[in-house]
Design a protein around this ligand. Structure first.
Ligand code: SAM
Length: 233
């Protein structure tokens, strides 16, 4: 899978060189590149922002550097008709990212994350991007960050770990929170008693049916208490 990220703070993405995603890059399963938007400017100050038409607080990202960045990064995709690239604008005004979104995007060959700063990006950039690929505006939650980098990193990690070969033990993906619409059950490791706190006896019983039932009951109860909205979906 190929993933590109465009940002004025490309160094943020060094986090993806670590751990399992770093290994996935080293083995070639994941081809990731962060691009500095300022490389697509032509003035002395490498300007990427300007005042908004109609007034209002703050600055907006100018369209020209974005256009050049997309032309460059998506030039290899031009002849591909089978699987168009997906261009994801990180935005608090977008659809909310869920595990189902991660599964959907993990099936695609090429993702491009556009990370806004300031008050966001000139809307024409979104329209232009739609001529180059499938556009999605995606939020990681109902709050506002200073920029899209942290949001993009969160999404890239959630997506890439679903790509076959990225996680050694693929079975661990099956029983996770959100995989079946419920939160994960509580888990315990050795020792069986720690500081007077005991592991639930059923987990030591060796009775697999009883363990499965206990875990499912815990999932339902935890979801009911913490995220009742998931039970309505
Ligand atoms: N003025 C924008 C609004 O009200 O929708 C917020 C701009 S925010 C300060 C700057 C950038 O951070 C956004 O363009 C977006 O790329 C990113 N961002 C902020 N919150 C986000 C969120 N919850 N999910 C994804 N990206 C977010």
């Amino acid at each position: 899978m190929r993933i590109d990220a465009i940002s004025i703070f490309a160094d943020y993405f060094q986090a993806l060189d670590l751990s399992l995603l770093g290994k996935a890059q080293a083995s070639g399963i994941l081809d990731f590149k962060a691009h500095d938007l300022r490389d697509y400017t032509h003035d002395k100050h490498k300007t990427v922002d300007d005042t908004p038409y109609g007034g209002g607080a703050g600055m907006l990202m100018k369209p020209e550097p974005w256009g050049e960045a997309f032309d460059d990064i998506l030039s290899d995709d031009l002849n591909q008709t089978d699987d168009r690239p997906v261009i994801i604008f990180t935005s608090p005004a977008g659809e909310v990212f869920k595990q189902a979104t991660a599964h959907e995007l993990a099936q695609r060959k090429h993702l491009v994350f556009a990370c806004g700063r300031y008050e966001g990006i000139d809307q024409r950039v979104v329209e232009y991007a739609a001529t180059k690929g499938e556009v999605r505006l995606i939020s990681i939650g109902d709050y506002v960050l200073n920029g899209g980098e942290v949001a993009a990193i969160a999404m890239i990690e959630a997506i890439a770990r679903l790509v076959p070969g990225v996680i050694g033990n693929a079975e661990s993906l099956i029983e996770e929170s959100h995989s079946d619409g419920l939160l994960e059950y509580p888990s315990y490791t050795k020792p069986s008693v720690w500081r007077g706190l005991e592991v639930p006896p059923v987990l030591l019983s060796g009775n697999h049916a009883a363990i499965a039932k206990w875990r499912h009951d815990q999932q339902v109860e935890r979801t009911r208490q913490v995220r009742p909205d998931l039970l309505d979906e």
